[in-house]
Ligand binder design. Structure first.
Ligand SMILES: [Zn+2]
Length: 335
C-alpha cells in the first residue's frame, strides 16, 4: 500500500459523469464554509466532452488566476466542441485555481495558495491544496495527454511559446516535444526546471503523462494574437493526439532553450525600469538589457542589468516599477 492510499477521499464532488458520452457542463464542487455562506462551496467550472473509449485529454487554464489566454481559449472550446467530432474524452477546466481567477490574482485570495507550488496537494489541506489533490488523484489518472496554459500574469511578459521539459525518460520527453511542435506557437521551448517541487508539471510527468505547458504573453491581459495562438494550439494538440479528426495546422516555430540559472536576471534595487531591448531581440553576454532608476531624487545613476549569456530576450518584467528581488529579464538561447 502506498501512502496515497492512506489519504482520506477528496472533499470535491463533480456534478458531471466522466464516463458518459455527450457534452456536459458542470462543476467541481468544493465545500468552503465561510462568513458569507455557512455551508457554501467553491464551484469550479468543468466541461466533459466524450465520444467512446478513445484517449483522454485534460486541458487547463487559470492555474494562476491573472493569466488569460488559456481561460479564453478553453471557455470558447468548451462552448463549441461537439462530441461527435471527438474520439475519446476532452476534460476542460478553464480556471483551475477558480478563487484566484475570480479575484484576478496569481494566488488564491482564500489561502494565498499558489496552485503551481501546491502539488500533489492534500485532501485535508487548504482550498488550493484540496483542488491540487483532486487533480492528482482523480483527474490525472484518467488522462493520457495534458495541456496546461500559462502566461506572464500581471508582472511578466513572455514571447509566445509552448514548452515541454527535459526528462530522464527520453521516450516520454520525445512525446512532449512532438506535442509542442504540433501546438505550433511561434516559439517552442525545451525547459530544464530548476525548482520543480510542488509544480503541477512535475506531478503530471511523474505519472508518465505527455505534458505541454505554455507561456503566451502576459501583463495581466491577453492580445488578439496570443488568443489566436492559444486557440490554434489547443486544436492542434487535440488533432495531434487523435482526439480531434483532421491534420495539424503546422506553423513555423523556432526552438529555444533555457539551459541554466544564468538565463535569469534579478533586480538588486527598487526603482523604475528602462527597458533597453524588446522581446525577441538578440542580446549579447554582458550587454545592458535594462536600467533601474532610483526615483527618490534626480542626478543619481541607474543600476545596470546585464545579460549573463547571449541569446534572445524571452521574458521581461511588465510593470514600470520594480522591487529588489523581482525577475527583470529572461534570456533564452535559440537552437
Ligand atoms: Zn502561470
Amino acid at each position: 500500500m502506498t501512502s496515497a492510499n492512506l489519504l482520506p477521499p477528496s472533499p470535491i464532488t463533480p456534478t458531471v459523469d466522466f464516463d458518459k458520452d455527450g457534452v456536459q457542463h458542470g462543476f467541481l464542487r468544493l465545500p468552503h464554509s465561510r462568513d458569507d455562506s455557512a455551508w457554501g462551496s467553491v464551484m469550479i467550472p468543468i466541461a466533459v466532452i466524450r465520444n467512446g473509449d478513445g484517449p483522454t485529454a485534460l486541458l487547463t487554464g487559470g492555474n494562476h488566476g491573472d493569466e488569460y489566454e488559456g481561460p479564453v481559449a478553453l471557455f470558447d472550446l468548451a462552448r463549441t466542441l461537439d462530441s461527435k467530432d471527438v474520439n475519446g474524452t476532452v476534460i476542460i477546466v478553464p480556471a483551475m485555481n477558480y478563487p484566484a481567477f475570480r479575484a484576478g490574482t496569481r494566488t488564491s485570495p482564500i489561502d494565498k495558495g499558489n496552485m503551481n507550488r501546491s502539488f500533489p496537494g492534500r485532501p485535508d489541506g487548504t482550498v488550493t491544496q484540496k483542488i491540487a489533490d483532486y487533480f492528482t488523484r482523480e483527474l490525472l489518472p484518467r488522462a493520457d495527454v495534458v495541456l496546461d496554459f500559462h502566461s506572464g500574469g500581471k508582472t511578466l511578459d513572455f514571447l509566445p511559446f509552448a514548452a515541454a521539459h527535459i526528462l530522464a525518460d527520453k521516450a516520454q520527453e520525445a512525446r512532449g516535444f512532438d506535442a509542442v511542435k504540433a501546438f505550433s506557437a511561434p516559439w517552442s521551448m525545451r525547459m530544464l526546471e530548476i525548482d520543480a517541487v510542488g509544480m503541477y508539471d512535475t506531478t503530471v510527468e511523474e505519472l508518465g503523462k505527455t505534458f505541454v505547458t505554455t507561456e503566451l504573453g502576459g501583463g495581466g491581459s491577453a492580445s488578439a494574437e496570443t488568443i489566436r495562438i492559444a486557440k490554434r494550439g489547443v486544436s492542434n494538440f487535440l488533432r495531434h493526439t487523435g482526439i480531434l479528426h483532421g491534420k495539424v495546422e503546422q506553423h513555423e516555430t523556432r526552438w529555444i532553450d533555457m539551459p541554466s540559472g544564468e538565463c535569469f536576471s534579478f533586480a538588486e534595487d527598487a526603482g523604475m525600469i528602462e527597458t533597453m531591448v524588446d522581446l525577441g531581440d538578440p542580446v549579447e553576454a554582458g550587454q545592458i538589457i535594462a536600467r533601474i532608476y532610483p526615483v527618490g531624487r534626480t542626478g543619481t545613476a541607474p543600476a545596470e542589468i546585464k545579460a549573463k549569456l547571449s541569446g534572445i530576450l524571452a521574458a521581461r518584467h511588465f510593470p514600470g516599477l520594480v522591487n529588489a528581488g523581482d525577475c527583470v529579464a529572461v534570456v533564452a538561447v535559440p537552437e
